[in-house]
Design a protein around this ligand. Structure first.
Ligand SMILES: *Cc1c(COP(=O)(O)O)cnc(C)c1O
Length: 388
């Protein structure tokens, strides 16, 4: 074995992946796995999708990077395509989820600074949330295990209990500049926000002139059966953060806002060297075209129902599953067994799944998964469950 020079930031499985095709991924000795992790909700079109390969090949032979001192066409096209499919007006591009959150937090702080209220800078965030690893997004990530060794975090934050309208009300005042919430907490365990809670957040933000930020990094880009997650909740946020699936495997993130929020930023307030580069944007455009015009999103509700029905049968048959959670193809199964061991047993039987929150196993297939592939994955899952 060669010396391992990779920093020790992940507990990794002892496997090296070399190639992938659709739902399948292959290791260095040629073994095939069913991939229901999808790079953690990233590979929305599966591996090696021809539309993505084509976008990378075509655009990389033209122009990959030209700097934000100039315009490039894919940048404008992707922004337009996103805006055409939501209720918002402007897009800022970056390279990852945590950066999309950073941009949103900075917009919120700038927005607050332009108001007459002194110290209008409080960011309200949720218990059990996950927004990323940089100092800003970590400061609004409501999980002690991620925050504990990195204090002091940024000030002016206030944590509230997820889905607790009363606590949200109690902590609201005119010092609040934004509320940040995931419509479905992914990392936190597939916890769905109630419409009542999101509506209350919307009303309070309006009442106290604060911005409502939805982190759709994991639940957006079609995973719930609509391009944007907020459409499933009948509440329109001021700011939406997306990333993961936007590039279908290529790094890109975006912060989308209405005019009220985007007006806070002027040249010099924020930037990113790679943000909006033509290559990433061309890939994002190809992914969106496939998701929307290729009919991928419209089939998700049906696949979701199919998957949940089979999971419910498995739940009834064995005593291992406590609850099936989630919307669309963001599905969590709450089990009364050790999730780490459970995921490892799936891995040993060549199915990739990951844990989330307390006792939840996440199923994140590519959005173009077939029912046959769902069956294949759930056959393995059922075998693992039957052996517990
Ligand atoms: C993954 C994730 C992030 C962070 O995205 P990175 O690209 O890893 O920085 C932020 N928010 C949510 C909800 C996520 O799932």
């Amino acid at each position: 074995m060669e010396e391992n020079c990779v920093m020790n930031t992940y507990g990794r499985y002892d496997v090296t992946f070399e190639k992938g095709l659709g739902c399948k991924i292959y290791d260095s000795v040629g073994q095939e796995y069913m991939d229901f992790v999808s790079g953690v909700a990233v590979n929305c079109l599966g591996h090696s999708h021809p539309a993505i390969i084509n976008a990378i090949t075509t655009q990389s032979s033209k122009l990959m990077q030209s700097s934000n001192y100039y315009w490039n066409t894919p940048h404008k096209l992707l922004a337009k395509k996103l805006i055409d499919n939501c209720d918002h007006d402007k897009v800022f591009f970056c390279n990852s989820g945590t950066e999309a959150i950073e941009a949103a937090l900075k917009i919120a702080r700038k927005y607050g600074s332009l108001k007459n209220t002194k110290d209008k800078n409080v960011l309200i965030y949720m218990d059990e949330s996950f927004h990323g690893r940089t100092m800003g997004s970590l400061s609004v990530t409501g999980q002690e295990k991620y925050q504990k060794d990195f204090r002091p975090l940024i000030g002016g934050t206030q944590k509230v209990k997820f889905n607790d309208v009363e606590e949200l009300k109690k902590n609201f005042n005119d010092k609040v500049c934004a509320v940040i919430v995931e419509p479905i907490q992914g990392e936190g365990g597939i916890n769905i926000a109630t419409i009542e809670f999101l509506k209350a957040a919307r009303d309070l933000c309006d009442k106290y002139d604060a911005l409502l930020i939805f982190d759709e990094v994991q639940c957006g880009m079609g995973r719930l059966g609509s391009l944007f997650a907020y459409k499933k909740f009948s509440v329109i946020p001021d700011v939406i953060c997306i990333a993961k699936a936007l590039g279908g495997g290529f790094p890109i993130g975006a912060t989308i806002t209405n005019v009220k929020a985007s007006a806070a930023f002027v040249p010099g307030d924020h930037g990113s060297t790679f943000g909006g580069n033509p290559l990433a944007c061309a890939v994002g455009e190809a992914v969106l075209t496939e998701l929307l015009d290729g009919g991928v999103i419209e089939k998700i509700d049906d696949k979701s129902a199919y998957m949940k029905e089979r999971l419910l049968k498995i739940k009834e048959k064995y005593g291992v599953i406590d609850e099936i959670k989630g919307i669309g193809l963001l599905i969590g199964i709450k089990i009364n067994a050790d999730t780490k061991e459970f995921c490892k047993s799936c891995f040993d039987k060549k199915l990739l799944v990951i844990a989330a929150g307390n006792n939840v196993v996440r199923l994140l297939p590519p959005l173009n998964v077939t029912k046959g592939e769902i069956d294949e994955a759930l056959d393995i899952l059922e075998r693992v469950i039957s052996e517990i």
